[in-house]
Design a protein around this ligand. Structure first.
Ligand SMILES: Nc1ncnc2c1ncn2[C@@H]1O[C@H](COP(=O)(O)OP(=O)(O)OP(=O)(O)O)[C@@H](O)[C@H]1O
Ligand SMILES: Nc1ccn([C@H]2C[C@H](O)[C@@H](COP(=O)(O)O)O2)c(=O)n1
Length: 225
């Protein structure tokens, strides 16, 4: 009975720290981890490889069904294998994020990915990060968090992250991309980015990673909560 397996959902906008916090919390709990955004990014990248038009909803839906995604934890990073190719680095680009955000607005794409996310609910528990984990995919989750941070701080985090990887970016450009993605993810008709009514909101502006991890763990009985 998967419904008895506990789930902690961590939703929020781009750069709020969902991936970082979810992974660390899952490690601390010994639970599984679902990076749902990686599924949308994988479809976006596969669509790019196939030279598909991002306006061709039918082709994108077929691409969603055809795209095989595997996750491999190499100890320091979650590697994402798309159709047999390690696409981890390509997936993390802003181009892949923007493509994922566009594709994610297609209702049939979301429907096609629904069960593929729910199968991650395996004992002893799951930490799931995304935009609609608490509202649509795991509405019965026992623990729900919605992470936020100011757009400026999120752009600054992304700037430092990309600079560390040697990627050339500007703060202005990143801020524009973050605001555009926020708007598209929050305003789409299906499963828009929004906190579940029973989610605990944590504004991470000015908080370091360790503090946010402890605040999330404090929500779980026996983990400080
Ligand atoms: N509380 C925090 N304080 C400072 N930096 C943080 C914090 N949380 C995350 N970061 C850093 O911000 C960057 C973005 O974090 P992360 O990728 O986890 O965000 P995200 O919400 O998953 O973004 P996306 O939705 O685009 O995948 C990373 O470099 C991460 O180390
Ligand atoms: N549950 C989800 C996860 C992701 N998306 C879409 C919208 C995002 O902009 C894009 C990339 O996600 P990220 O890797 O940045 O978390 O994918 C979504 O609609 N629902």
């Amino acid at each position: 009975m998967t419904a008895t397996v506990p789930v902690l959902t961590i939703d929020g906008p781009s750069g709020s720290g969902k991936g970082t916090i979810s992974r660390l919390v899952a490690q601390r709990l010994g639970w599984h981890y679902l990076d749902s955004g990686a599924l949308y990014r994988a479809v976006g990248v596969a669509a790019g490889w196939a030279d598909l038009d991002l306006d061709d909803a039918g082709a994108l839906v077929r691409c969603t069904f055809d795209t095989k995604v595997d996750f491999r934890d190499d100890g320091s990073e979650l590697r994402v294998i798309v159709n047999g190719n390690d696409a981890t680095d390509e997936l993390r680009t802003e181009t892949a994020g923007a493509a994922a955000s566009a594709i994610a607005a297609i209702p049939e794409v979301r429907a096609a990915l629904k069960e593929r996310q729910r199968v991650f609910r395996v004992a002893p528990g799951l930490v799931a990060d995304g935009r609609d984990m608490g509202t649509v995919i795991f509405p019965d989750a026992a623990f729900k968090v919605f992470l936020t941070a100011s757009a400026e701080e999120r752009a600054d985090r992304r700037y430092k992250q990309l600079k560390n990887k040697g990627v050339s970016v500007t703060m202005d450009g990143l801020l524009r991309e973050i605001l555009a993605r926020d708007a598209r993810d929050a305003n789409r008709a299906v499963a828009p980015l929004r906190p579940a009514e029973d989610a605990v909101r944590i504004d991470t502006t000015g908080l370091d990673i360790a503090t946010v991890v402890e605040r999330v763990l404090a929500l779980l009985p026996g983990q400080g909560g």
